[in-house]
Design a protein around this ligand. Structure first.
Ligand code: FE2
Length: 518
């Protein structure tokens, strides 16, 4: 693929505290899939275990070597930087927190010649720092590049929005690729992190808090509280000043925070519109309500699958490959590893679809794992969307999680308009829209919405086929699709899939072309 005489092959690393990841143009290594701790936070294992006697932090081999390898150890980072000597370009970016412990060490040793990085401030999307095969871009440039390159648009507005990166919190690029810093006006990710922490979901629990949005109503008290919080400079320490907020109604807090988010977006982002295309990335781009709102204002809206920091290495790689090699590299959605597995019995899709229609819940494991936090059809749990009780059953007996959390539908692309009120397909499950009828209560959230995924044959043939078999039996062209996990990150290997199958109430397990029964 690469002509080494002309091109230097980049290897990209994102030095993020929680979502450390690397990418070499093919394999996207999302470390949490291997450490088995969500966001690589072993010391938070108890937090995930609190409502389940199944998960025991002691199950995990948490030895020194393991921690060194996965948690911000300077030597590990050095190993990655040593690739430079092998003729690669080492492209990297970091979060403020991700490099904190190693910063002095790195800039005193291998990055001694590169201290300008500390003062690096981009003006344009494709600005970069480069010297002696070390390539650096800002965190928000990486988010923006990942969305823009994968969109295929020739030009686009881009919104990179998250809690914290390196120099920014929120950045907008216009169609001329000029950087407009919105960090002070729109620290929305910071606010969500702060609120999810305050309401007991943890700093990285914004998606859980978002599950509460549908249950609440507008509260002027919370709205004014958010206004007050955002008044004046935002620092991480500022959180301490807002411990007195009345938390009697978390539902209303969530609803109002969502409303506040959309109001602020309209106030600060809409006036910057410079063309009909918009790309969005950064952790806040997991907010499906916000993304759907943008489709009413922009002709085309693109949100890639790994919008959080788990996609940072891809954006950094793409940036470097574009500026140094003049190559536009679109990343694959399914960029994890492929695993061999040999079972005893070949799967029959008709039988599996019938079992789901009869109320069975199925673990579905195929090929390479997907980039990002959403299961898009290779590491999924599948169930019947017609069943009004299915949410409670899966939350209680398989996912072991809060009862208010909704499930998403994976719908055949040719049928989504019959069921959902939205403007165009949503292959990466990134938008939340209204459900049009009452035939699919299992995937309809309390506020009448669903975070839809549209599936066509080109995107994922096997996934399309199993949904299509279910459609032939029931007349319903969709399945409930939730990530294949129980309190952990999404399962990565067949062994992890089997372990989850055994310790939960899953009825059937499909691994590649094989079926496994209990
Ligand atoms: Fe980020």
């Amino acid at each position: 693929m690469y002509n080494h005489k002309v091109f230097k092959r980049p290897f990209a690393v994102a030095l993020n505290l929680h979502d450390h990841n690397t990418y070499d143009g093919r394999f996207h290594d999302q470390r949490e899939r291997h450490t088995r701790f969500k966001h690589n936070l072993p010391y938070r294992a108890e937090a995930y275990a609190h409502q389940s006697d199944i998960l025991n932090p002691g199950d995990y081999r948490l030895n020194d070597e393991f921690i060194k390898t996965y948690f911000n150890d300077p030597n590990d980072i050095m190993n990655q930087f040593s690739l430079v000597n092998k003729g690669h370009i080492l492209a990297f970016t970091y979060t403020y927190g991700g490099i904190r412990k190693s910063k002095d060490y790195l800039f005193d040793t291998i990055l001694k010649e590169h201290k300008e990085i500390l003062n690096y401030e981009p003006k344009k999307l494709f600005d970069y720092y480069f010297k002696n095969n070390i390539y650096y871009i800002d965190h928000h440039q990486s988010h923006a590049t990942y969305a823009f390159i994968n969109s295929g648009y020739s030009h686009s507005d881009i919104l990179a929005i998250d809690g914290i990166g390196s120099k920014y919190r929120t950045v907008f690029f216009d169609k001329e690729q000029n950087l407009i810093d919105l960090s002070d006006k729109l620290p929305i990710g910071w606010l969500w992190n702060h609120m999810s922490n305050l309401t007991g979901f943890g700093t990285l629990g914004a998606s859980k808090l978002m599950g509460k949005v549908g249950y609440g109503k507008h509260s002027e008290y919370y709205y004014q509280t958010f206004e007050t919080i955002l008044d004046g400079p935002i620092t991480e320490k500022k959180q301490k000043h807002f411990q007195h907020i009345n938390l009697d109604n978390i539902d209303d807090l969530a609803f109002t925070l969502q409303k506040f988010t959309i109001d602020k977006i309209k106030k600060y982002v809409y006036p910057l519109k410079s063309c009909d295309n918009l790309c969005i990335a950064g952790g806040v781009a997991y907010n499906g309500y916000m993304n759907e709102e943008f489709t009413k204002y922009y002709e085309n809206v693109f949100i890639p699958p790994a919008v959080g920091d788990e996609g940072q290495a891809i954006g950094t790689y793409q940036h470097c490959n574009f500026t140094k090699n003049n190559q536009i590299h679109k990343s694959e959605t399914f960029a994890g590893k492929e695993y061999e597995y040999e079972g005893n019995e070949k799967v029959d899709y008709k039988e599996v679809a019938q079992a789901i229609a009869d109320g069975k819940i199925v673990g579905w494991f195929q090929g390479k794992s997907e980039s990002g936090n959403r299961a898009l059809g290779n590491r999924s749990i599948l169930a019947d969307p017609r069943n009004p009780d299915i949410k409670d059953i899966i939350n209680q007996t398989i996912k072991m999680r809060e009862d208010f959390r909704p499930f998403a539908p994976a719908v055949l692309e040719e049928h989504y308009l019959e069921y959902f009120s939205t403007y165009y397909p949503s292959p990466y499950m990134s938008r939340i829209c209204k459900v049009k009828n009452n035939k699919v209560p299992g995937i309809t959230h309390i506020d009448g919405t669903a975070r839809i995924q549209t599936v066509n044959k080109e995107f994922n043939k096997k996934f399309y086929d199993i949904i299509n078999e279910f459609y032939k039996i029931t007349g319903i062209p969709m399945l409930l699709n939730t990530s294949f996990n129980c309190q952990e990150p999404i399962v990565e290997t067949p062994e992890q899939a089997i372990r989850t199958f055994k310790r939960t109430e899953l009825d059937l397990l499909i691994i590649n072309d094989w079926i496994i029964r209990k």
